[in-house]
Design a protein around this ligand. Structure first.
Ligand code: NAD
Length: 491
């Protein structure tokens, strides 16, 4: 239970400010009003960007030792661990992700990412080429990219903000964070951990609330923003790429997915069924790497469908604030309506509900669909709800063709005891994140991101950090005269 309505604020140059038109977020647990947030129009967005620009240019943030930035990240990670239980309850209420999962997976995971980026900050390196003639010293020097717009979705409102913020700050950038309009209070709670943080100049971290239009649009098209890092739907990713084009901003886009899970008849079936049921239904399927297409060797198809049904019907569904709940509600009525729209296509597209297909308030029952074609609406588009399609395949080639037959390329998993097959199949899958005999393994140290229309760029790991680093090549010459003149004159 969250006691009072949270009055959310923008954070500009170290000051929390409100005023003007507002929007609300409601508890997914009981529908009560949870927070009221102001909408940043172009004027507030401009103030936030200018604050970030000033902090980038005038403060010592980018110029100090990386260890100095690391100290700040370590302290905010410590504060996040300390506040983890309160923030998890807020995220669970606002977003619907069950509280134990939120605490263990999202919030503690986010604190670990701050610690990871604190360490990673100290590894940023340039180069000196050994290929130069003796009179040239040719070096490549890393610099922070500059002012970063960090646009966050609702499904991991803390963790996805930390992936971006941790990397941006480690590199020496400054930031304007825009939370999702569905989860303003959760992302704002994270930003409050930066309040009065020793060593953090005002304006390094800013926040503006509001929807995609006007707030997001004003931010990602602002001429003083050097980089946009966005997580969200592929459709919005496309719009952001276009908005960033006039000023050629650097972009990193983490977009939608339609994870394919290829199940071969030599796999450990019990483990596969557990992982795929959890992979499909955890977070109410509101994960970009949820197991949404289970592609099964036909010889074990019936066993897989039956095993998934048993598990889908026994996973504990309930209130997100109840510690025993594994499957909670969806984030909003809007999301329920989107999922319902897909459920309505199942039977017209020739499919059958093995289980689920029903909606009760914000809860969509874990749903298994068979009988649809791989290119049907429910099997090829991102549903972002607890809906999985089970598709048969006769051969390895056919399974791979189905897996690669969508426009997304984010998550995938392969289930087999045959190491040669695992290597062969993973090599051919068009996906940025592939698991073998598991699902939902994530680490701060390894890069995450999509192929195809699932995104551009990487988050986490050193590859994620390097998105925020710009390289400058500098060549020093020790010759007494200009080399082209000497060449021209035959010396
Ligand atoms: P969304 O695209 O609707 O919104 C994401 C964010 O973008 C929000 O903050 C929103 O206000 C903002 N936005 C919307 N229009 C904008 C515009 N024109 N300009 C600037 N900002 C704009 O996505 P969502 O519904 O919040 O999140 C769900 C989506 O996120 C799913 O498609 C999911 O797959 C994707 N996602 C991807 C990853 C990944 O790492 N690849 C992770 C989580 C979620």
């Amino acid at each position: 239970m969250i006691a009072d309505v949270i009055e959310a604020r923008h954070l500009v140059a170290g000051e929390w400010i409100g005023g003007g038109e507002t929007f609300e977020s409601r508890s997914t647990s009981d529908g009560s009003l949870l927070s009221r947030a102001p909408i940043a129009g172009p004027d507030v967005v401009d103030r936030a960007v200018q604050a970030a620009r000033r902090a980038f240019v005038e403060s010592d943030w980018k110029d100090r030792r990386a260890a100095g930035r690391a100290d700040v990240l370590l302290e905010v990670g410590r504060r996040l661990d300390e506040a983890a239980e309160d923030i998890s309850r807020l995220v669970a209420a606002e977003m619907g992700k069950p509280v134990r999962l939120t605490l263990h997976r999202e919030v503690r995971g986010a604190a670990d990412k701050f610690r990871y980026f604190a360490g990673a900050a100290r590894t940023i390196e340039g180069q000196v080429t050994g290929a130069s003639p003796a009179h040239i010293l040719d070096i490549t020097v890393p610099y922070p990219v500059g002012v970063c717009a960090l646009v966050i979705p609702w499904n991991d409102p803390v963790d996805l903000a930390v992936r971006k913020l941790g990397a941006a700050l480690a590199a020496g950038c400054t930031a304007v964070v825009k939370p999702s309009e569905e989860t303003p209070a959760s992302t704002e709670a994270l930003l409050h951990l930066f309040d009065d943080l020793p060593g953090l100049p005002p304006g390094v971290v800013n926040l503006v609330h509001g929807p995609g239009d006007p707030t997001g649009r004003a931010l990602v098209s602002h001429p003083d923003v050097d980089m946009v890092s966005f997580t969200g739907s592929t459709e919005t990713g496309r719009e952001i790429m276009a908005a960033a084009a006039p000023t050629l901003k650097r972009i990193s886009l983490e977009c939608g997915g339609k994870a394919a899970c290829l199940v071969f008849d030599d796999c450990d079936l019990d483990k596969a069924l557990d992982a795929l049921a959890w992979g499909a239904f955890l977070y109410g399927g509101q994960s970009c790497t949820a197991a949404t297409r289970i592609i099964v060797q036909r010889t074990i198809y019936d066993d897989v469908v039956a095993g998934l049904r048993d598990r889908a019907e026994s996973l504990p569904v309930g209130d997100p604030l109840d510690a025993d709940t594994l499957i909670g509600p969806l984030v909003s009525q809007r999301q329920v309506d989107i999922v319902r729209g897909f459920l309505d296509t199942v039977e017209p597209d020739g499919g059958t509900f093995v289980t689920g297909g029903t909606v009760d308030g914000l809860h969509v029952a874990p749903t298994i669909v068979t009988g649809v074609a791989p290119d049907s609406r429910v099997a090829s588009r991102e549903v972002f709800g607890p809906v999985v399609c089970v598709l048969p395949a006769d051969t390895e080639d056919e399974a791979i063709a189905i897996a690669n037959g969508v426009r997304y390329g984010l998550g995938a998993s392969v289930w087999t005891r045959d190491v040669s097959r695992a290597l062969r199949v993973t090599r051919r899958l068009e996906a940025g994140d592939v698991w073998v005999n598991t699902h939902y393994v994530r680490q701060s140290e390894t890069p995450f991101g999509g192929w195809k229309e699932s995104g551009v760029g990487r988050e986490l790991g050193l590859a994620g950090l390097s998105e925020y680093v710009a390289y400058k090549r500098v060549a020093f010459d020790t010759l007494p005269e200009f080399h082209l003149k000497s060449w021209w004159e035959g010396r």
